[in-house]
Design a protein around this ligand. Structure first.
Ligand SMILES: Nc1ncnc2c1ncn2[C@@H]1O[C@H](COP(=O)(O)OP(=O)(O)OP(=O)(O)O)[C@@H](O)[C@H]1O
Length: 359
C-alpha cells in the first residue's frame, strides 16, 4: 500500500508555510475558490513526479517574490516509511529520497505512482498531439524505467539532429556522416518507444471500454488508434528516405516524436464529434484505466488525486465515481470541492470514512 501521512509546503505557490497530516484513506480538501486546494494536490503530485502536473516552470511553482520552495512528504509504502524532500532555490533543484539525493530525477519516477484527474485534462482530447504523447509518456514512464531512459535519449538526439540540420542550411555544408550517426541512435531509442506504445494500447483499450461503460452508464464503443510513421516501414529506411526533405525543413519529419492517438467513440473522432458529457466520461475512463494498469503493475494502488470532479460530472456519474473510488481496491484518494456538504453527502452512501481538511 502507498500512503502519504504528512506533507509540508514552504513557499510553494500560494502557501507561505503549511503542513497537513492525513489520517484517512479518503481525504476531502475543501475551501473557497483560489484557496489553494489544487495547489495542495499539485504538491503531492510534485513529490511523486519531481514536477508539477500543471507547469514545467518552477518559477511558477515558487511563491511570488521569493526565490525558491521546499516540499517534504512523509509516506508509507508497503509498510516502509519513506521521506521525499524537494527543494528549489535560485533555479537549482534537488530531490532526495530518505536523505539520499538523486543524480537523475528520472530514477524517482514510478516508485510513488499517482494519477491526477483535473479540469485541464480536456486538452488530452481537444489539444494537439503533444498533449496525448505527454499523457501516454507519463503513464509508460511510471510502468517501465527503460522506456523513460529511451525517451530522454531520443529527445536529446532529436534536438542535436535538428540543430545540425539548421547549421547545415546556414553553412551550406553537407554533414552526412554525422547525420548517419544520429539516425542510428534515433532508431536505437525510437523503436523501443514505438514498440512499448503499440503493445501497451492493446491491453489498455479494453480497460478504458469497461470503465467508460461504468461511468457513462451506457455502452458506446471506445477505441484508441495509435498513429505512428514506424507502422509504415522500418524507421532506418524512413529516416534515410526523408533526409533530403528534413534538410529542406531543417527538422526531423519522421519518428515517434510525431506520434498521435485518435480517440474514437462509435467510430467517430471524439475531438470533433463527441458531446461534452461523452468526452468527460471518456477522460475519467482513461484516467481510471491508467490507475488500474498501475495498480496491477505495482501490486498496490497509486495515489488518486481528484480535482474539482463535482464541477465536471453530473450527479449520477459523480455518484458512480465515488462508489468506485471508495471501494477496497482503491488506495488513498484526495478529492477537492468548494462545498463541504456536497463532499460529505457524496461519501455518506459509501463505507469509506472521509477526513475533511478545510484550507
Ligand atoms: N506562484 C504563486 N505564488 C503565489 N500565489 C500563487 C502562485 N501560483 C498560484 N497562486 C495563487 O494560488 C491560488 C490558486 O490556488 P488553487 O488553484 O489551488 O485554488 P483552488 O482552491 O483549487 O481554487 P478553485 O476552487 O477555484 O479551483 C490563486 O489565488 C493564485 O493567485
Amino acid at each position: 500500500m502507498l500512503y502519504i501521512n504528512k506533507i509540508s509546503l514552504v513557499q510553494f505557490k500560494n502557501y507561505q508555510q503549511a503542513s497537513f497530516s492525513f489520517q484517512h484513506r479518503i481525504v476531502g480538501i475543501t475551501g473557497r475558490n483560489g484557496a489553494g486546494k489544487t495547489n495542495l494536490l499539485d504538491a503531492i503530485y510534485y513529490l511523486c513526479f519531481t514536477r508539477s502536473y500543471f507547469t514545467s516552470s518552477d518559477t511558477q511553482n515558487t511563491r511570488y517574490q521569493t526565490n525558491g520552495f521546499r516540499l517534504e512528504g512523509l509516506l508509507e509504502k508497503n509498510g516502509h516509511a519513506e521521506k521525499i524532500v524537494c527543494t528549489v532555490k535560485d533555479g537549482r533543484k534537488e530531490i532526495a529520497l530518505n536523505d539520499d539525493k538523486y543524480d537523475r530525477f528520472s530514477r524517482h519516477i514510478g516508485h510513488f505512482p499517482a494519477v491526477m484527474i483535473a479540469p485541464d485534462d480536456a486538452d488530452i482530447i481537444l489539444g494537439g498531439s503533444e498533449e496525448r504523447r505527454k499523457w501516454l509518456d507519463s503513464l509508460l514512464s511510471q510502468l517501465y524505467p527503460d522506456y523513460l531512459d529511451h525517451l530522454i535519449i531520443y529527445q536529446k538526439i532529436l534536438l542535436q539532429r535538428n540543430t545540425l540540420l539548421k547549421n547545415m542550411a546556414t553553412t551550406g555544408q553537407q554533414q552526412d556522416h554525422l547525420l548517419d550517426v544520429f539516425d542510428l541512435q534515433l532508431v536505437m531509442h525510437g523503436v523501443p518507444v514505438y514498440e512499448t506504445r503499440q503493445a501497451f494500447l492493446q491491453t489498455f483499450i479494453p480497460k478504458v471500454q469497461q470503465l467508460y461503460d461504468y461511468i457513462a452508464g451506457t455502452h458506446e464503443v471506445v477505441n484508441i488508434q495509435y498513429q505512428c510513421t514506424l507502422q509504415e516501414e522500418p524507421y532506418a529506411a524512413q529516416l534515410h528516405k526523408a533526409r533530403f526533405r528534413d534538410m529542406q525543413l531543417q527538422r526531423t519529419s519522421t519518428g515517434i516524436h510525431r506520434d498521435d492517438l485518435l480517440f474514437l467513440l462509435d467510430g467517430h473522432l471524439m475531438k470533433t464529434s463527441a458531446s461534452q458529457g461523452q468526452r468527460k466520461s471518456f477522460l475519467f475512463a482513461l484516467k481510471l484505466a491508467q490507475f488500474e494498469i498501475l495498480r496491477q503493475h505495482k501490486n498496490f494502488p497509486p495515489l488518486l488525486l481528484l480535482d474539482d470532479v463535482f464541477e465536471k460530472l453530473d450527479q449520477e456519474r459523480v455518484q458512480r465515481l465515488i462508489a468506485l473510488v471508495a471501494g477496497d481496491h482503491y488506495g488513498q484518494v484526495f478529492i477537492t470541492d468548494t462545498h463541504v456538504e456536497r463532499l460529505q453527502q457524496a461519501f455518506a452512501a459509501t463505507s469509506g470514512e472521509i477526513q475533511l481538511i478545510n484550507i
